[in-house]
Design a protein around this ligand. Structure first.
Ligand code: ASP
Length: 292
């Protein structure tokens, strides 16, 4: 039997956040890391912990996921989410979904209740209905702030995507990411957050990753999986995160960031944008750290 691991969790609230709003983001990611820690600290699974952390941020109107998602060029909400458990490389994802308050829970159902990895649009909604997940009025996902931004035709932004990576006592690593995507995107556009290997990856023998930033650039360099290659080579989470962000900027030709947690519970993160809200928690820290 494996010796028990020291559990740990890290969450992010999206690359590119405006430093003027840092306090609001700080409170949000702190609450999310505590939601995940409540699960992990009680001996719960990494999968339950990352789902709980991401749920908290999907429900928070200030983040670009669930309620508070940015709007498409047509003024609608279309969300992407993915989740992965690193023991068996089990994964599930949804793309371009609306009418669902918590896409991360739907992604988890895809992972656990279907032979598929990714369901999109109407098919994903039909599956949600069949699973008995509550359907919501799409307008309830639109906040006044996002409606005003859309009406003012503000420069397209991608700020406030959310993600979490956790390690539990049994040594399982899980990762999850959820987003409304990029504002002003064409209806039907799918970003990295729905794509395993790009926005999300977990392998319990190595580590887990959740990415944020320019989705098309992240897809070009398959960023999450690539970050784990760097981790395998260098055995240093901070270094792996930094080199992965360099890859995103230099070869992907985009901006963004990522969080990373290795199989020992060591945490790394990096971003090329001015701000990326991050919060972490482990027994050695004693209380949540919000280092930004
Ligand atoms: N990566 C997300 C997307 O392109 C957006 C973000 O992380 O801010 O859909």
């Amino acid at each position: 039997m494996q010796p028990a691991r020291v559990p740990s969790i890290v969450v992010h609230g999206g690359a590119g956040a405006d430093p003027a709003d840092a306090d609001e983001f700080r409170a949000g990611v702190r609450g999310a890391v505590l939601a995940g820690w409540t699960v992990l600290g009680a001996g719960g699974s990494a999968l339950d912990a990352v789902e709980a952390a991401v749920l908290a941020l999907e429900d928070h109107p200030r983040f670009n996921a669930g309620r508070g998602s940015v709007l498409t060029s047509a003024g609608t909400v279309e969300m992407d989410a993915s989740i992965m458990e690193g023991d068996r490389l089990s994964c599930g994802a949804v793309a371009a979904v609306s009418r669902i308050a918590n896409p991360i829970t739907l992604a988890r159902r895809v992972m656990q209740e279907t032979p598929h990895v990714l369901l999109a649009g109407e098919g994903a909604l039909a599956f949600a209905r069949a699973q008995g997940l509550p359907e919501c009025d799409p307008q309830s996902l639109v906040t006044e702030r996002q409606r005003a931004r859309h009406q003012a035709r503000l420069v397209p932004t991608a700020k406030g995507t959310v993600g979490a990576v956790a390690l539990d006592r049994s040594g399982t690593i899980a990762a999850a990411t959820s987003t409304g995507g990029t504002s002003g995107k064409l209806p039907g556009r799918v970003g990295d957050s729905a794509l395993i290997g790009c926005g999300t990856y977990a392998d319990s023998t190595l580590g887990g990753v959740s990415c944020t930033g320019d989705g098309e650039a992240i897809i070009r360099v398959v960023l999450a999986r690539e970050a784990l290659h760097y981790l395998k080579d260098a055995d240093d989470p901070d270094y792996a995160a930094r080199v992965a962000v360099d890859l995103l900027v230099e070869e992907g030709l985009g901006q963004g960031g990522l969080i990373l947690l290795d199989w020992r519970g060591r945490i790394g993160w990096a971003h090329s944008t001015r701000l990326m809200p991050v919060a972490l928690m482990s027994p050695t820290l004693g209380e949540p750290r919000v280092p930004f």
